[in-house]
Design a protein around this ligand. Sequence first.
Ligand code: ATP
Ligand SMILES: Nc1ccn([C@H]2C[C@H](O)[C@@H](COP(=O)(O)O)O2)c(=O)n1
Length: 231
Amino acid sequence: MENGAAPTVPAVIVAIDGPSGTGKSSTSKAVAAQLGLSYLDTGAQYRAITWWMVTNGIDTDDPHAVAAAAGKPEIVSGTDPAAPTITVDGVDVAGPIRTQEVTSKVSAVSAVPEIRARITELQRSIAAAAPLGIVVEGRDIGTTVLPDADLKIFLTASAEARAARRSGELKGADVNATREALIKRDAADSSRKTSPLAKAGDAVEVDTTALTLPQVIECVVTLVEEKRAGK
Ligand SMILES: Nc1ncnc2c1ncn2[C@@H]1O[C@H](COP(=O)(O)OP(=O)(O)OP(=O)(O)O)[C@@H](O)[C@H]1O
Ligand SMILES: Nc1ccn([C@H]2C[C@H](O)[C@@H](COP(=O)(O)O)O2)c(=O)n1
């Protein structure tokens, strides 16, 4: 460099989508940390607004009631991949949003168009504010939220592999029941009318069934570096 200044790297936007348990969160956090990028877990935002609906007695099976309340809670996401945070009206909900009750209701709440419009706007503003770029993971990031992302990845894995991973996490949960619950949630998320779970036409599909987590991370880091190098 003529003036001795460090070369600047343009911000990079990475969208990682895929069904439940394919490794989106683990991969996205590690890739963002390794590359010095911000990280956004959009599933946590849908879980947070679902938690608020449940806590405030809104019938999550009534789309009109959910839509009417969509603008009420304030959702704030912290985007440090080493310590991501999620609050609702200032309350840390990182634990409560992972309960079985929230998991069983989040697909219905996230199918409501008013909920998606609100959360999508929030996601776009967070991505635009990330100084060096961001890894955003979810279901509709490449198709709807950030259609101009520099790199789009669609992670997949067999239902068996995903259930085994989740059962290990839930310490001894029944693998068959876990598998059925994953399949049911994926079906609901894929069949909703507004921005369903889908692979963008220009996404790179990575089947993680037979890959270790470090292998998946390495694969995605390589894809980002290739993209940055203009390959
Ligand atoms: N390639 C892999 N091999 C083995 N285990 C993995 C792999 N990728 C992720 N895991 C494990 O699988 C579990 C689910 O991963 P993770 O939470 O990252 O998936 P996800 O796609 O974000 O799921 P969800 O959409 O339900 O939030 C975690 O325990 C994680 O450590
Ligand atoms: N971009 C997104 C992200 C998530 N959702 C919904 C559908 C999921 O079942 C739910 C929870 O996501 P998870 O924490 O399992 O990643 O949130 C969505 O509709 N769009």
